[in-house]
Design a protein around this ligand. Structure first.
Ligand SMILES: NC(=O)C1=CN([C@@H]2O[C@H](COP(=O)(O)OP(=O)(O)OC[C@H]3O[C@@H](n4cnc5c(N)ncnc54)[C@H](O)[C@@H]3O)[C@@H](O)[C@H]2O)C=CC1
Ligand SMILES: O=C(O)[C@H]1O[C@H](OP(=O)(O)OP(=O)(O)OC[C@H]2O[C@@H](n3ccc(=O)[nH]c3=O)[C@H](O)[C@@H]2O)[C@H](O)[C@@H](O)[C@@H]1O
Length: 435
């Protein structure tokens, strides 16, 4: 099939590459011409394990190309919308301006029978609005919604072997379902279940899934607060409740909380849409989830002050981790950077390091000192903070840092180190949710 993918960031670059890998002829279009040119040369503009090799391999087949030219959609019959839907600058809610611009640029090239498939995460009702827009413009193209559930750091595998495919389509639009089945034929043949729904349900599935994940993390972080108050250990609690298959152990890691380009903005946009529709309970629930989450960043700052005997002014703090999660260079709404900036505002001298996200951290905040190694970050430090659980940080031993730091103090913001081991080596060890 001839397919266009519009918007080639974290989602679109992976989606375009994987569809071409599956055998389709794909053009990826991005309004950022430099980004498109880099992808076309086999160089993704972000770090995602496995993407660069798959991209190089797939470009070589001649079935995949990237361009900044919106006219390149002409000739494709299926158009995936993968542009960003960030938070509005001044309030909770999704900024749909990129989506509307992308649709505006696509409209003149649409032919009757084309299928426009939304993958971006949007407020419920957006697909219907776009369908009305196509109809008003006299276009014979149909709209479907096919939300994406990939995780950064696992994006290629999640795209080729997703837990499920969800299709939303207009009433009685069996053709859209048939086209999507053809697009994903090899994925479906490998056993992926397909759930077909109306447009609104498909849109809601996506934000409900992210809201559930966010709620699960905030639940365990609320339990971490309880554990601290009661002198209990949240990591043991999570292991024990997670053994119940109805609960499950995943997404029960307490710590500095969730960040990234999706969970935070998605729960806020969903809350705002719920409030618009008068569903205040959903808005209220998600507001609490957000508040609990943001409170975790403050808790890490408090723990840092505690290990530094209350005095952050002039303290030298090493922050290990800048990305919002390991195996990604994405620093959007990164809890690690939020904590680093807050400590700096309180007078600490902070040095941040990260195996992949150092450049993005520097771009994000010119005020931060970002260094290239743990050694540089920890040199002379009064406290070390582990805030993104990259494997190399999880595997750190007390002896790796002991000769570098000024004081043996560590805050394990992700609950991934063995407290006994660090304490036995003379370190003050603190972590959220355990004494
Ligand atoms: N990043 C992720 O892991 C996932 C993201 N999503 C959703 O996918 C959407 C995209 O997210 P990301 O890829 O992370 O964002 P991103 O910001 O990395 O990429 C968006 C891309 O769209 C391009 N763009 C903006 N306006 C355009 C236009 N008019 N025409 C062509 N290109 C345009 C931008 O230049 C940028 O490269 C969002 O709605 C997000 O919530 C969904 C699942 C996973
Ligand atoms: O809509 C999206 O963009 C994506 O958002 C999340 O994926 P992602 O943001 O890549 O990362 P996650 O693995 O979900 O982690 C999100 C945040 O939660 C934090 N987290 C995760 C798990 C946990 O137990 N505790 C915890 O604090 C992570 O450190 C990270 O900051 C969802 O997991 C994807 O299914 C979804 O497609």
């Amino acid at each position: 099939m001839l397919i266009s993918v519009i918007g080639c960031g974290y989602l679109g670059a992976v989606h375009a590459t994987c569809l071409a890998h599956l055998g389709h002829t794909v053009v990826g279009i991005d309004s950022d011409r430099e980004l498109a040119a880099r992808l076309d040369a086999g160089r993704p503009s972000f770090y995602e394990p496995g993407l660069e090799s798959l991209l190089t391999e797939t470009l070589a087949t001649g079935r995949l190309r990237f361009t900044g030219d919106p006219a390149a959609v002409a000739g494709s019959s299926v158009h995936f919308l993968c542009v960003g839907t960030p938070q509005l600058p001044d309030r909770p809610g999704a900024d749909l301006s990129a989506l509307d611009a992308a649709v505006g640029a696509l409209l003149p090239y649409l032919r009757d029978g084309d299928l426009v498939v939304g993958k971006s995460t949007v407020p419920v009702g957006t697909a219907e609005r776009l369908a009305d827009r196509f109809a008003a413009a006299g276009s014979g193209a149909a709209v479907a919604w096919n939300p994406e559930f990939l995780r950064e750091g696992h994006a290629v595998a999640d795209t080729l072997r997703p837990d499920r495919l969800v299709y939303g389509s207009g009433t009685g639009d069996e053709r859209a379902v048939a086209i999507l089945n053809e697009v994903y034929a090899p994925v479906i043949a490998a056993g992926t279940p397909v759930i077909s729904a109306d447009l609104a349900t498909a849109e809601l599935v996506k934000v409900a899934a992210n809201s559930f994940l966010a709620t699960k993390i905030s639940f365990i972080n609320a339990m971490a607060e309880m554990c601290e108050a009661a002198g209990a250990d949240v990591t043991v609690l999570a292991d024990a409740i997670g053994r119940d298959v109805r609960i499950g152990r995943q997404f029960l890691n307490a710590g500095v909380g969730f960040g990234g380009g999706c969970l935070p903005k998605d729960i806020r946009a969903f809350g705002a849409r719920a409030a618009e529709l008068g569903v205040d309970r959903v808005a209220g629930l998600l507001d609490q989830v957000d508040r609990i989450n943001l409170g975790r960043r403050d808790r890490i700052v408090d723990l840092t002050a505690e290990v530094c005997a209350g005095d952050l002014v002039g303290a030298r703090i090493a922050v290990l981790g800048a990305s919002f999660k390991p195996d990604s260079d994405d620093v959007r709404d990164s809890p690690a950077l939020a904590v680093a900036l807050d400590l700096q505002r309180r007078g600490a001298h902070v040095r941040v390091t990260d195996p992949q996200a150092a450049d993005n951290a520097r771009k994000r905040s010119a005020d931060l000192t970002v260094v290239d190694s743990v050694t540089e970050a920890a040199d002379g430090a009064d406290a070390v903070l582990l805030l993104t659980e990259w494997r190399e940080y999880r595997e750190l031993r007390p002896a790796d840092l002991a000769g570098l730091v000024r004081h043996r103090r560590i805050v394990d913001g992700r609950n991934v180190l063995d407290p006994g081991r660090w304490r036995a080596s003379g370190w003050s060890y603190r972590a959220p949710g355990r004494l």
